[in-house]
Design a binder for this molecule. Sequence first.
Ligand SMILES: Cc1cc2nc3c(=O)[nH]c(=O)nc-3n(C[C@H](O)[C@H](O)[C@H](O)COP(=O)(O)O)c2cc1C
Length: 350
Amino acid sequence: MIRSIFSDYKIGNLTLDNRIVMAPMTRGFADDETGEVNYLVADYYGKRARYGAGLIITEGIAINETAKGTYGIPGIFTHCQTLSWQKVTKEVHQYKTKIFAQLWHVGRVSHQEFLNGHAPVAPSPIAASGKAHRLRKPFPRPRALTNTEIYHIIDDYRDAARNAMEAGFDGVEIHAAHGYLIDQFINEKTNQRQDEFGGSLQNRLHFLDLIIKEVKKVVPKNRISIRISEKKDDDTDYVWEYPEEMVCAITEILAKHQLKILHPSVENYEDTFQNDPRSLHALFRQYWDETLIAVGNIAPESGADIIEADQADLVAFGQLFISNPDLVIRLKANREIFPYQTKDRLPCLV
Ligand SMILES: Cc1cc2nc3c(=O)[nH]c(=O)nc-3n(C[C@H](O)[C@H](O)[C@H](O)COP(=O)(O)O)c2cc1C
């Protein structure tokens, strides 16, 4: 049978109507005080569902009160926030689209002005370089988490995942990419701990390992996606010294937990590593037999080729879903697809 981007796709008991995924994109339209989302957010995701996205992965959602790194970030740790997401899942489920909540903690990539005066937290007290989003103030020195606090945050991931399922999401994506908290543990530059969470690569992956273990208690394993990247939003020169070792160590943990979905993140899908002639997706494809999501500035016409060539199982588009809410219809009908303009980010959701 020919693999097609428009054919349905099964991950255990989860059936997607097609292989097109809306990538997670922070938009900043939640109520900044309460972290709740409103009907405009429901309408925004609902529109992408109505026009046929197979799977939507939401913007990053804060798992606790120390997790956010800019204004307007939604949360999923209070009862009211959880209820507010029901509007979104209800709207999306009117169509055949599935929706995952992306669980996010930014760690040190934040500022006390976003955190009710509290310093951001991180594995080690090393400040990120650059300035806090929209606030334009330098990232402060974060406070190193105690061992007990780390276990509390792991529990927060589980509780947020439970709330996500209560809110009607079909699954969750754990954001372990882009230099945010989980990635700060994985990265040898930002993690200088001497305890079970620092030192060897296995120890640095221990935080992710324990989060998966907890989240699995409340979300079926075929409905948990893991997002991983080499690139860090706050350290653009960072590279993995040994990409293959990193990819093997990550896939080993995912396989141990019998997870089914991996969502590697790159800016450009075709880019290869500095230290390896393969791309991130190609390398994961070699070591990971389950569902792989392709993403990264993929041209509309290339999505079908990626699926047909069996390079990945699903194809995610980010910015093109902002500029074309009806992207799937346009792809099917071979109609014009509008490029994303930075102005599409603000000031309103469409
Ligand atoms: C406005 C914007 C917000 C984003 N927010 C997130 C996010 O919250 N979580 C995440 O994992 N990736 C985020 N990303 C990255 C996208 O998920 C995606 O990987 C990236 O845009 C590349 O895909 P594209 O070239 O098709 O847009 C964001 C990207 C954009 C443009």
